[in-house]
Design a protein around this ligand. Structure first.
Ligand code: GLN
Length: 194
């Protein structure tokens, strides 16, 4: 399992994957990308990450591998990278794409740009997940193949879609790697084990 390591909270994802029973390595080079069977795209800053992906010659190979079915999980900025379309991004903000969704960047607004809530996540048993949102996106619209896994339960953003799956692609607006509860990573690792 790889964690895209051009920017963002890479180490936390490596820990979460390892504690979920996977062998996990950082991915910075095309050769490293070739070797992994699954990939986490961490939180960070999506515009910076796209720029660095280009600099590291990773953007084209990553698009190719994801289009070929590489299982990938994107958290926060990682969700933005997986999305086919971004609202409130930089003009013509590019993504890696693959996930048939439109995400709105920094969607929760300035006043509540970071918040935490407990939510039910389809596919994760054992009670609600504590979800930490940090200048997070939400899913504004999604295509017919996309399954909604979680919405915000209450408050001003109630009902907003914050976790989705489409075949081999999983994305959450929030950061499960910072809570010490690794059930989201475990679900991703288990989905690869078949
Ligand atoms: N707001 C960031 C972006 O647009 C994402 C924030 C995060 O990953 N915590 O890329």
């Amino acid at each position: 399992m790889g964690v895209l390591a051009v920017q963002g909270d890479v180490r936390e994802h490596l820990v979460a994957l390892r504690e979920s029973g996977a062998e996990a390595v950082p991915v910075r080079r095309p050769e490293e990308l070739e070797r992994v069977d699954g990939l986490v795209l961490p939180g960070g800053e999506s515009t910076t990450m796209i720029r660095l992906l280009r600099t590291f010659d990773l953007l084209a190979p990553l698009r190719e591998r994801i289009a070929d079915g590489l299982p990938a999980y994107g958290s926060c900025a990682g969700m933005i990278l997986l999305a086919d379309q971004v609202l409130d991004g930089q003009p013509d903000q590019e993504t890696v794409g693959g996930l048939d969704v439109i995400v709105r960047r920094n969607a929760f607004g300035r006043q509540v740009d970071s918040f935490e809530t407990d939510l039910e996540l389809t596919g994760v048993a054992g009670g609600p997940v504590h979800a930490v949102f940090i200048r997070a996106p939400w899913v504004e619209a999604s295509g017919p193949e996309v399954e909604v896994l979680a919405t915000v339960p209450s408050g001003p953003a109630a009902g907003r879609v914050v976790a989705v799956r489409q075949g081999h692609l999983l994305a959450t607006s929030f950061h499960p790697e910072v809570t010490g509860d690794h059930r989201v990573h475990a679900a991703f690792v288990d989905s690869l084990a078949g």
